[in-house]
Design a protein around this ligand. Structure first.
Ligand code: UD1
Ligand code: CA
Length: 456
């Protein structure tokens, strides 16, 4: 069976009150349309077409890497009109699946079950039972329980409005039949639109069976029309992800205060994650890792036994085995920490490698540096890596000790086991094993008197 998936994404989304087209709003850092695409791209033997219109340039530009054909619907005259634009894009024998760019959490299993119901004699329709079906098209059934038509809210009689079975809009139809019915659509209805839903009544007239199936939960088929619905679906999505992690052996102190906006490429066991942690991009987290409250980690690798205390930012960094970070530490891109490294509070590291068991525990900036093993960098140390135009590297060799409040003016090398006296400004290479300091000699002046306040 060859499948063509049509994703309708031309609508404006007026109620988002936004300059951005609705389908580009995001759940977990991925646009709504991307979610639908990612799910449908897992269907076998499938080609994907996106009907777009509102915010055309921005939508295509933002999602230019998707493997799809783009079909522009210049005027949005209804869901039926939208699908009509695609009629020359699929062949008669295709199964055509219709999805919506603003219904992001639909599950692959639901779609697979749906498309099994398509044949030359049947349409597959996804419906949902709702406590309140306001706004939805209603599924009208006859005395035998067979679907006879879908009626839109605005066209429904008072009796039809009481129906609780709603149309999700999602359906699958054989290509030939779809083309045939689409060519007969009119717009004589309350909204003056070409309704895709009208093909159901046509199919019934042609003695087809409408086979309905349901999603596993209502959330799967909820669309986003405003930011309240967007936030609801964000939480639904995050809850699902949190549950998956907990099932895999992660302790989340509060799953409602955890956000995964991306993927975990490799996940250890006995990871403990405190509240308000955000994981973004692609991360890997090893065994026995503890992540403290209010920590943000982006595109990073965290090895086994790492402890990250509260309020850290770790961005495009690698944290080696057993290292200890924070509280309040910031690891910027291209930071690579080897094993057992300690990075303490108010320390910023950028584009630097720090070898085994080195410590930078307080109030420091280390940028563009290569730091050896067993180095101790005292509080308030700064690598002066930038002259306002160019960046330069600082090299600190194994076993060096940098006294507190030192500035290392790059390019500069601190030799193996060298000691830098506290408060030094180092502008020249400092030899191995020696004490180097640049500091005004301390003097004490005897007999000195503090000034006293003069009487006016
Ligand atoms: C549609 C269904 C309704 C169903 C509801 C579920 C029809 C006539 N009605 O109604 O039965 O209960 O979805 O949410 O199909 N779109 C286009 N081009 C258009 C019009 C719409 O691409 O010309 C896209 C929109 O961007 C949106 C989707 O189709 O993603 C649904 O359109 P919308 O106007 O929201 O349909 P509803 O009136 O909600
Ligand atoms: Ca809608």
């Amino acid at each position: 069976m060859k499948l063509t998936t049509i994703i309708l994404a031309a609508g404006k989304g007026t109620r988002m009150c936004s300059q951005i087209p609705k389908v580009l709003h995001q759940i977990a850092n991925r646009s709504l349309l991307q979610h639908v695409y990612d799910m449908s791209s897992q269907l076998e033997n499938n080609t994907i077409k996106i009907v777009y219109g509102h915010g055309a340039d921005l939508v295509r530009d933002t999602l230019k890497d998707l493997e799809v054909s783009w079909i522009e619907q210049k005027q949005q005259l209804g869901t039926g009109h939208a699908v009509q634009q695609t009629c020359d894009q699929f062949s008669d024998s295709d199964t055509v699946l219709i999805l919506y760019g603003d219904v992001p959490l639909l599950k692959l299993t639901t779609v697979k079950a749906l498309i099994k119901n398509v044949s030359e004699q049947s349409i597959a329709l996804l419906t949902v039972n709702l406590d309140d079906a306001t706004g939805y098209g209603r599924i009208v059934r006859d005395a035998l329980g067979q679907v006879t038509k879908i009626v839109e809210q605005k066209d429904a009689t008072a009796a039809e409005q009481l129906i609780k079975e709603g149309n999700t809009g999602i359906m699958a139809v054989q290509g030939k039949l779809l083309k045939q019915w689409l060519s007969q659509l009119g717009n004589n209805n309350a909204q003056g639109e070409y309704y895709l839903t009208d093909i159901i009544e046509m199919a019934v007239a042609d003695v087809m069976t409408i086979i309905t199936s349901q999603p596993s939960s209502v959330d799967e088929v909820l669309g986003v029309n405003n930011r309240i619905q967007l936030s609801h679906l964000e939480r639904v999505y995050q809850t699902e992800q949190a549950n998956i992690l907990m099932e895999q052996g992660v302790t989340l102190m509060d799953p409602a205060r955890f956000d995964l906006r991306g993927t975990i490429e490799s996940l250890g066991t006995d990871i403990i994650i405190d509240v308000n942690v955000i994981l973004e991009g692609k991360n890997s987290i090893g065994n026995n890792v503890r992540i403290g409250a209010n920590t943000y980690i982006n595109n990073s690798i965290i090895a086994d036994n790492v402890v990250i205390l509260a309020n850290c930012i770790i961005d495009n960094a690698i944290v080696g085995l057993g290292s200890k970070i924070g509280p309040f530490a910031r690891l910027r891109p291209e930071t690579v920490l080897a094993e057992q490294v300690h990075i303490g509070n108010f320390v910023e590291i950028k584009k630097s490698t720090i070898a085994t068991a080195s410590k930078i525990n307080h109030l420091s900036y280390i940028g563009d540096a290569t730091v050896g093993s067993h180095v101790n960098i005292g509080a308030g140390t700064i690598t002066c890596n930038y002259d306002g135009v160019n960046k330069f590297r600082t090299i600190i060799e194994d076993g060096a000790f940098i006294g507190s409040d030192s500035q290392l003016v790059a390019p500069v090398t601190i030799g193996k086991n060298a000691t830098i006296g506290a408060g030094s400004t180092i502008t020249k290479d400092s030899p191995e094993h020696q004490l180097t300091l640049s500091r005004v000699k301390q003097v004490s002046i005897s007999g000195w008197q503090r000034p006293v306040k003069q009487e006016k």
